[in-house]
Design a protein around this ligand. Structure first.
Ligand code: NAD
Length: 443
């Protein structure tokens, strides 16, 4: 396990992703009665880790070797499911922790998939489209006995997109002909077996989760998005769609960022204009009539709702005390560290955790997989309606459990109401544990 203390803005906090996921698991497991001791190891450990190294010929005829990972954490509920990210900082530990997150996420929203994740350590900003295609094809061919429509199903994540998924499908289909291979990967382009609404799903799902949560009236004066000041870190698939959805709900999007920095406008930004500017200039920075801010400043802005939708560990021991938002909606995976969770809780800032807030992506990935079985395509309204219902149901489940703790805290005064992450995780762990025991321990 790597030691990430050095050069760490979070100070002494250990940011090792596996360490963090174990801390979160242990905290949630304390809420579960009769959790069989021997099962804990099974639930914590990944089922399978695949590491590969492969060479790619670059456009200048040089050769570079890339390392890639695919991890299946748990398959009790069904095939492994989880995105593939292309990022220079991808490590095995990160992929393991993200695979675990997928297990809990699928269980929380009742999707019949297990948890998996993949990654290639590479910098897409320095690679041409042809190089990315070669990396994707080689990765897929080396993983062709690892992934499969009923064993382990990839999807997009950081710096991968619909095009990447189309290449994965094509490569797999060439290698394994004579089958309907469309369900081997989700997040495909609409013209190639994708689902209407998949591109929007994670961002819209964040909005639906937040909308349902706001309606519970825990935040004084903010029972819906109307007039809410929203700051969004990251303007990719998740951030841009979350911005669009919140804007339509009447929110004021005061700040948006990408890897190069952020922009702030007190009167609010129209996500449509931000998208147009970014597609022309490659970044949101420099948009007319905006103030340039850093990503660190964006997180600490005076706003009502903060949506981290980029990288992990953005809200940590070093900056959680300065967060002014009243609600954090985790579009990204693992954006908040355990130390930050504690600080935010003390400050009265609510956090809708990743396994709840960004579960819209895997939800519509599941709908895509179902459509692919029959070579059907549903319409966008149908997908959106089903997504909304599932997000609302998940928020209600977590909220009701939270309320039961909050009520007992009021009556006996000596219990600590757990935060929403811990409760969501406990519900998911309970479900996976129950299914494991119902299936029976093999042999
Ligand atoms: P993406 O590649 O489409 O977009 C990433 C965005 O983050 C870009 O705007 C990029 O400029 C920005 N970014 C990169 N480095 C940054 C930095 N240092 N500071 C600020 N911004 C930075 O990725 P995505 O698919 O939108 O995924 C974003 C996050 O959401 C990831 O944590 C991912 O795991 C999570 N997520 C994605 C999905 C999905 O369906 N795509 C589903 C669930 C969770």
């Amino acid at each position: 396990m790597s030691d990430k203390h050095a050069d760490n803005p979070a100070g002494e906090e250990n940011l090792d992703p596996v360490f963090i996921s174990e801390q979160q698991f242990d905290k949630a497991a304390r809420l579960i009665r009769h959790l069989k001791k021997g099962l804990v190891d099974f639930l914590k450990q990944p089922k399978r880790i695949t590491i590969i190294n492969f060479p790619i010929e670059l456009d200048d005829d040089s050769v570079e070797t890339f390392q890639a990972y695919r991890v299946v954490h748990n398959r009790v509920f069904g095939p492994g499911k989880g995105g593939i990210r292309y990022h220079p900082d991808v490590t095995m530990e990160e992929v393991i922790s993200l695979a675990k997150l997928m297990t809990w996420k699928c269980a929380l929203v009742n999707i019949p998939f297990g948890g998996a994740k993949g990654g290639v350590a590479c910098n897409t900003k320095n690679l041409s489209e042809r190089e990315l295609r070669r990396i994707t094809r080689r990765f897929t061919s080396e993983m062709s006995d690892v992934i499969g429509p009923y064993t382990d199903i990839p999807a997009p994540d950081l710096y991968t997109n619909e095009q990447t998924m189309a290449w994965i499908y094509d490569t797999y289909d060439v290698l394994k002909p004579n089958n309907n291979n469309r369900p081997v990967v989700t997040g495909k382009p609409l013209g190639m077996g994708g689902s209407p609404g998949r591109h929007e799903a994670t961002g819209y799902g964040c909005m639906y989760a937040a909308r349902r949560f706001l309606s519970k009236a825990l935040i004084p004066g903010q029972q819906d998005f109307a007039g809410a000041r929203v700051a969004i870190q990251g303007f990719g698939d998740v951030g841009s769609m979350a911005a669009q959805a919140c804007f339509r709900e009447g929110a004021r999007i005061v700040a948006i960022s990408d890897s190069q920095g952020g922009v702030y406008r007190e009167a609010g930004l129209d996500p449509k204009d931000v998208r147009a500017f970014k597609s022309e200039h490659g970044t949101v920075v420099g948009m007319p009539d905006t103030m340039t801010i850093t990503n660190a400043e964006l997180l600490e802005l005076d706003c009502d709702i903060l949506i981290p939708a980029a990288l992990g560990n953005q809200i940590h021991a070093g900056n959680a005390g300065n967060i002014k938002a009243r609600l954090v909606v985790e579009g990204a995976n693992n954006p908040t560290t355990p130390a930050a969770d504690e600080i935010l809780k003390k400050k009265g800032v609510y956090v809708l955790p990743d396994i709840l807030a960004n579960a819209g992506g895997v939800t519509v990935s599941y709908y895509e997989w179902v459509q692919n079985q029959e070579n059907e395509q549903w319409d966008a309204e149908q997908v959106d309606k089903k997504l909304r219902a599932r997000m609302y149901a998940a928020v209600d489940t977590v909220f009701e459990r939270w309320q039961s703790y909050a009520v007992s805290e009021q009556s006996d005064g000596d219990t600590q109401t757990p935060d929403f992450r811990t409760i969501a995780l406990a519900i998911a762990i309970e479900r996976v544990t129950e299914a494991t025991l119902l299936r029976g321990i093999w042999p």
